[in-house]
Design a protein around this ligand. Sequence first.
Ligand SMILES: Cc1ncc(C[n+]2csc(CCOP(=O)(O)OP(=O)(O)O)c2C)c(N)n1
Ligand SMILES: [Mg+2]
Length: 423
Amino acid sequence: MNTPYEPLRLHVPEPSGRPGCKTDFSYLNLAGAGSARKPPIDIEPRETQDLAVGLVRVLDEQGHAVGPWAPDLPAEALIEGLRAMIRTRLFDTRMVTAQRQKKMSFYIQSLGEEAIGCAHALALRYDDMCFPTYRQQGILMTRKVPLLDLMCQLLSNERDPLKGRQLPALYSHKDAGFFTISGNLGTQFIQAVGWGMASAIKGDTRIASGWIGDGATAEADFYNGLTFAHVYRAPVILNVVNNQWAISSFQGIAGGEATTFAGRGVGSGIASLRVDGNDFLAVYAVSQWAAERARRNLGPTLIEWVSYRAGPHSTSDDPSKYRPADDWSHFPLGDPIARLKLHLIELGAWTDAEHSAAVAEIDAEIIATFKEAQRYGTLHDGHVASDISIFDDVYHELPEHLRLQREQMQALASAHRQGSSAA
Ligand SMILES: Cc1ncc(C[n+]2csc(CCOP(=O)(O)OP(=O)(O)O)c2C)c(N)n1
Ligand SMILES: [Mg+2]
């Protein structure tokens, strides 16, 4: 049949770099530091369109803080933030090694993304509730959760606060406003919106902060969360960490090619901004702006943090199979730790020597604490939470049939102990 049309075909997005072929990062459409405007917090969501496709940045190439978003933070607070980022990175490095030594089964690092969790947590109140993914350990470091608790969880040992019930790195710290990390991507986003709604229904003043990765925004939960947050003006910050990758899928596959992830927020009636996630000052300033909106009942804010997943997805991944091995060193937004360090040196508040001393001191603390954590067991020696603990923490009052099972298990264990002592 004669037809003026070519056969139909689908478009399959491809990354601009592959192993052996350098990435063309011009797709990021970067803007200069200081070029984005800072609107009043009661801005209409539809008027944030330019901010959702632009890029909020504060730190320029020389380490100066420029433009309307430059926050008014004392140098001591910045040094505190820098130390939290250093602690996050060194902790990750040591734990990756421990996984390679088979002391733990699995680990996920946040290399290159440290500014996001650390500066965000600094801008929130300690009792605001975060619903993180597995890459926001920076929140725990900023909120000073004891490293020993984190390490024992990673080792799934007899002191593991979660008693071996969660995959390593899927922490839970209610007291530090850190909701249990879910392995099912996207769930924490709707839970954050629900928690924020509940806080408003109770007349509380605490807000919620929900987290999702670029890849997981392709899940329906992302859109469900946006709808509820918009309709009820829930007091929640909706964070999308666009680190360019979802394991081996680049962000174009999740829908980042012809629009931005922040752009989806505007389309859903939510004030939205795209921000340099490797710029500690920009992360702090925008998080504070969004928190203020939520706390004043002005509704949710969606923030796309542009960053780069510098390391493998997890200890089970080898990124040199699907992207240039040295990709991170060419990423135009750089290293968040190096950028804040440069800023502090420019301010005259920090020196190279102080930086090296901080690295050595924090690393020593991590090594000493990890020694202590291993005394409670590692994967090598089978010191895990006791079997009987499976009956704990689920029911307020244990149902009859489970009480019976627990008694049977206790009887078996004591018979076993007597048998082995008689032998
Ligand atoms: C619902 C669901 N689908 C798939 C997976 C498998 N999975 C685990 S991590 C991951 C990639 C997620 O990428 P992204 O959301 O960009 O977060 P990132 O790892 O980059 O921080 C996938 C597909 C999962 N855990 N849950
Ligand atoms: Mg990702």
